[in-house]
Design a protein around this ligand. Structure first.
Ligand code: ADP
Ligand code: MG
Length: 480
């Protein structure tokens, strides 16, 4: 159920519950230069209002600062997080400044972001951006929120990331207008106590506070409109709606506290399923009649409604995720994918190298059109009646040179302005793909041996998906 923002007195009530924490946050996060803490740790159990309060703070400081938040449960590893940060720092405004300064440098930075594979390349890119866009960075402080940092995906340790970012100011003195906010729900998970960083702790809500939070959350949700519509005969709409949600939030908490604990989102999920049973009796009459269709009466008449099976989630798809601040698909260019454009081409080239016969390489990948258009050769191959669909066979091992040659041919044809050099960066990408087991070493032995061969480890569906992503017609390269 989509939620609306709180209005009027509801909003004031909501803020009252976390006014102290909001005050502490504003002490450390002040957009004016020199007053911004470089690092801040926000800690508290689940559903203690951390994200809620930070969102309120965001509204307060948004005029003078760029707020970049990331849910670490949705981005893979340190590399992914740093890359996503750089992509979001480099917004249209900064991009325009860079293009004006030096278009070649702007392109180089874009490439670097694409290849950012750790803290050192993050620092390099950041230093260049700070140098070129110094006026822009003086105008806006940047606040980076790493929500759920303790639940980061992959094998990377959150402690490594947090320590590196906490010490960033020592390495990049110009980033004194940056603040990194680490939000964690497990106590001491970041192990940064020795650095004596500022810390804002969110205690768990008490039972009464939780009841209020749930009530405010329901009042701010899209359900409110539905309740108001069903109360078509009501004399005092605001009062009746308030009674409806107040009674229901108490009933929900009392009945399901064994399962919900202090997690408001679980309560909301249970409410989603129960809501129609409570609102329909009201819609039939048009108003709340005590003892007939008020939530307590409905509950007494249908006690099974508040038994455990109604509380327990039957889906693991998180419907409550706020995607507002996430990159939308339209905004997300091919370059800002978690897997880069070049890496996709490498996988496509590896697939072609494993599943096409090297005898036809000249015909398929030659830059000279005449060779490729040699219809006689095509006909000859097609007339071979013993030919089998090569995609059905095992991947064939290939030497690295063949992969690079195919890559040069297909990448250069599709992206003529960007040449793939057989440089360190390309080999780094190959190495990353090998560590992800997307390409495999087909022979054992020393990695410097000349007889080393590789194999593609993705199937047709995956290769086709990548090819579609980059607009490459992979099916044209198979002779069947
Ligand atoms: N003071 C509050 N007023 C209104 N709603 C709140 C308040 N605190 C938390 N909530 C709601 O409770 C739910 C969980 O809070 P959230 O901030 O996401 O918790 P956390 O980030 O600490 O896990 C959210 O739906 C949020 O809108
Ligand atoms: Mg949160």
């Amino acid at each position: 159920m989509p939620s609306k923002s709180c209005t009027g007195s509801n909003k004031a009530d909501a803020l009252m519950l976390r006014s102290q924490e909001l005050f502490h946050l504003t002490c450390h996060i002040q957009p004016s230069k020199g007053l911004l803490s470089p690092v801040l740790i926000v800690e508290g159990v689940r559903s203690s209002g951390k994200t809620f309060t930070l969102n309120e703070l965001r509204k307060i400081v948004s005029a003078q600062s760029k707020w970049i938040d990331l849910d670490c449960r949705r981005v893979y590893g340190i590399r992914g997080i740093l890359q996503r940060f750089l992509v979001r720092i480099l917004n249209a405004e900064l991009q325009a400044i860079l293009n004006e300064y030096d278009p070649a440098l702007a392109q180089q930075i874009k490439d670097r972001i694409e290849l950012c594979d750790g803290i050192s390349s993050f620092i390099w890119t950041l230093e260049v951006l700070l140098e070129v866009g110094s006026k822009y960075f003086d105008c806006y402080s940047h606040i980076f929120v790493l929500d759920h940092i303790d639940q980061m995906l992959g094998n990377d340790s959150p402690v490594v990331l947090a320590t590196a970012l906490a010490r960033l100011h020592e390495q990049v003195p110009k980033c004194d207008n940056f603040c990194f906010v680490f939000v964690a729900s497990s106590p001491n998970s970041l192990d940064l106590t020795s650095l004596s960083l500022p810390h804002v702790f969110f205690p768990a809500y008490t039972y009464d506070q939780l009841n209020k939070v749930l009530y405010l959350r329901l009042m701010a949700s899209g359900w409110r409109t539905k309740v108001e519509e069903s109360l078509w005969k009501s004399q005092d709409l605001a009062k009746d709606t308030g009674i409806f949600f107040k009674t229901l939030s108490s009933l929900l908490l009392e009945s399901f506290s064994f399962y919900i604990g202090s997690d408001v989102d679980l309560a909301i999920h249970a409410f989603d399923r129960l809501f129609p049973h409570f609102v329909e009796p009201i819609a039939r009459v048009g108003s709340i009649v005590n003892g007939v269709n008020d939530p307590t009466a409905v509950y007494n008449a249908n006690r099974k409604l508040l038994q455990s099976e109604w509380a327990i989630r039957d889906t693991f798809v998180d419907e409550g995720i706020n995607l507002e601040n996430e990159d939308t698909n339209e905004n997300r260019s091919v370059e800002s994918y978690d897997i880069t454009l070049k890496a996709k081409y490498i996988i496509i080239a590896a697939y072609l190298a494993s599943f096409t016969d090297s005898r036809y390489d000249l015909m398929l990948f030659s830059k000279t059109n005449e060779v490729r258009a040699n219809s006689k050769l095509h006909r000859k191959i097609r007339s071979n009646k013993f030919s089998v669909n090569s995609k059905m066979l095992q991947p064939q091992p290939f030497p690295l040179e063949r992969l690079l040659a195919i890559l040069h041919a297909i990448y250069h044809e599709d992206v003529p302005e960007d040449d793939v050099n057989s440089d360190v960066l390309l080999l780094t990408q190959l190495n990353t793909l090998a560590s992800l087991k997307l390409i495999l070493r087909a022979t054992t032995g020393d990695s410097l041996t000349t007889s080393l061969r590789w194999k593609c480890n993705v199937n047709w569906t995956v290769a086709k998906k990548f090819a579609d992503d980059v607009g490459f017609e992979i099916q044209n390269y198979f002779i069947e």
